[in-house]
Design a binder for this molecule. Structure first.
Ligand SMILES: *Cc1c(COP(=O)(O)O)cnc(C)c1O
Length: 453
């Protein structure tokens, strides 16, 4: 009865998995907002190094992980997988619950898996500085760490509500040498325009993306990095699921259900795509469930449309489930899930019925997170509690139905820097939030005008 399943460094997978190779319907192309024509590599070149642009459109099934990246990964990878015996016992469920723990990384989440890769390819192409946005601070921390590993400057636009709620995140970023600004800021046209209209604006990921993109586009030595959503980001995260495959095989098991929270889609993709490969190519039937907050329900209530990835409209138009690029999520604490859209790949998979999505209110999530901490000991990130809530629902269902299911979920980060959220929960300050349809769809009117003819 092993509690944790550990891999040796030599067992670390050597390839990322690219699900584009196996998707029955490839995603629609991103479009230039002016011409409504597909964007080409030259449109992306001011923002990203060429190797990442190539990965973005590649349909190769496996992409080799360069040794330089693997050497940095070794600081925390392979990550452990645990069997949640204590939680199973508390739930009195016949289900077997496994979790992959990405919180052992230097920044405490899965984000360095792509940050390290992105910093490496930028360095290789001579880039001097990378700008980015961050919500809860997880991505900014990861990129700051990765940039320091490869000696690149790092400039982070942090959503203001998180900047104020999570002061220690900025201190960690500074420790890794990054510059951190609260967004909306006075440094960019996008930030100034929003502050002129609304000086108390609390910020959103969409706004912060606009600011970071604007700064990168203005300087030939500066590029931009995104911590989620893009195809290459999802691909870098698949090392999570590739490790899980080996670890579950060591445990003599295979998942019936794979669960992860979804902000933009990267950690969900990371843990689930290597198992979806078996669904798509071998007829396996693993259910892959993405969990979003009910206060930002793009997958379950949004519409599949072309929309901007950011608020100001600097990005290409992306075909995805969206609540509209002007959607303001309720100020819940799961900052990493406050995004109006979802990755193009995850959106297409959902549209095709290949993955499932569910929205859960924050009180149920925190309750689940606490039960996890009480039983398994690790304090989960607020984002990760969304996965745990769904795991508990599935484990209870297995109990009702009297069947044993194997459930794997991604404990994508720890919550030790999210204590304000837990304190607010204990103080009874957190509430559930349900948008009316009117509130939800107001922002989509404008998006309708962006659709190609
Ligand atoms: C960023 C983040 C998320 C959401 O982003 P995805 O790209 O959907 O994975 C979820 N959990 C944690 C801990 C994060 O840092």
């Amino acid at each position: 009865m092993k509690k944790k399943i550990i891999l040796e460094e030599e067992q670390m997978p050597r390839n990322w998995y690219n699900i584009l190779a196996d998707m029955p319907n490839k995603p629609l192309p991103p479009l230039h907002p002016g011409t409504k024509q597909p964007v080409g590599p030259e449109d992306l070149a001011p923002l990203f190094p060429m190797e990442l642009i190539k990965q973005e459109v590649s349909t190769e099934r496996f992409v080799e992980i360069p040794e330089e990246i693997r050497n940095v990964y070794k600081i925390w990878r392979p990550t452990p997988m645990f069997r949640a015996y204590q939680l199973e016992k508390a739930l009195d469920t016949p289900a077997k619950i496994y979790y992959k723990y990405e919180g052992v990384s230097p920044s405490g989440s899965h984000k360095p898996n792509t940050a390290v890769a992105q910093a490496y390819y930028n360095k290789k192409e001579g880039v001097k500085r990378i700008t980015t946005e961050t919500g809860a601070g997880q991505w900014g921390t990861a990129l700051a760490f990765a940039c320091k590993q490869f000696e690149i400057e790092c400039e982070v636009y942090m959503v203001k509500v998180s900047y104020n709620q999570k002061p220690y995140r900025k201190v960690i970023m500074k420790t890794y040498g990054a510059q951190v600004y609260a967004s909306p800021s006075e440094r960019t046209n996008a930030g100034r325009a929003i502050l002129a209209k609304d000086p108390d604006n609390r910020g959103s990921l969409g706004i912060a993306i606009s600011e970071a993109v604007e700064m990168a586009a203005a300087d030939p030595h500066t590029k931009y990095a995104l911590g989620s959503v893009l195809n290459h980001v999802l691909m870098h995260q698949t090392i999570i699921g590739e490790e899980c495959r080996i670890q579950l095989e060591m445990a003599g098991d295979y998942p019936d259900i794979v669960i992860a929270p979804l902000g933009g889609g990267s950690n969900f993709a990371g843990i689930s795509f290597p198992f979806l490969r078996d669904n798509l190519t071998q007829g396996k039937k693993t259910r892959c469930i993405a969990v979003e907050p009910a206060s930002c329900p793009k997958l379950t209530k949004g519409k599949f449309m072309y929309d901007f990835g950011d608020t100001a409209g600097y990005t290409p138009l992306l075909p995805m489930y969206t609540l509209g690029h002007n959607f303001m999520p309720a100020a819940i604490h799961a900052g990493g899930l406050r995004y109006h859209g979802a990755s193009v790949i995850c959106s297409q998979l959902l549209k095709d019925g290949i993955i499932e999505a569910v929205a859960i209110q924050q009180l149920e999530c925190f309750k689940a997170g606490l039960q996890f901490a009480e039983t398994e000991g690790i304090l989960p990130a607020p984002e990760a509690t969304h996965a745990i809530a769904q795991v508990i629902r599935e484990a209870n269902r297995a109990k009702e139905e009297g069947v044993s299911k194997t459930i794997l979920f991604n404990l994508c980060g720890h919550g030790y820097l999210d204590m304000q959220a837990y304190e607010d929960y204990f103080a009874g300050k957190l509430t559930d939030h349900t948008f009316t349809d009117e509130e939800l769809y107001a922002n989509l009117e404008e998006v309708k005008n962006l659709q190609p003819a």
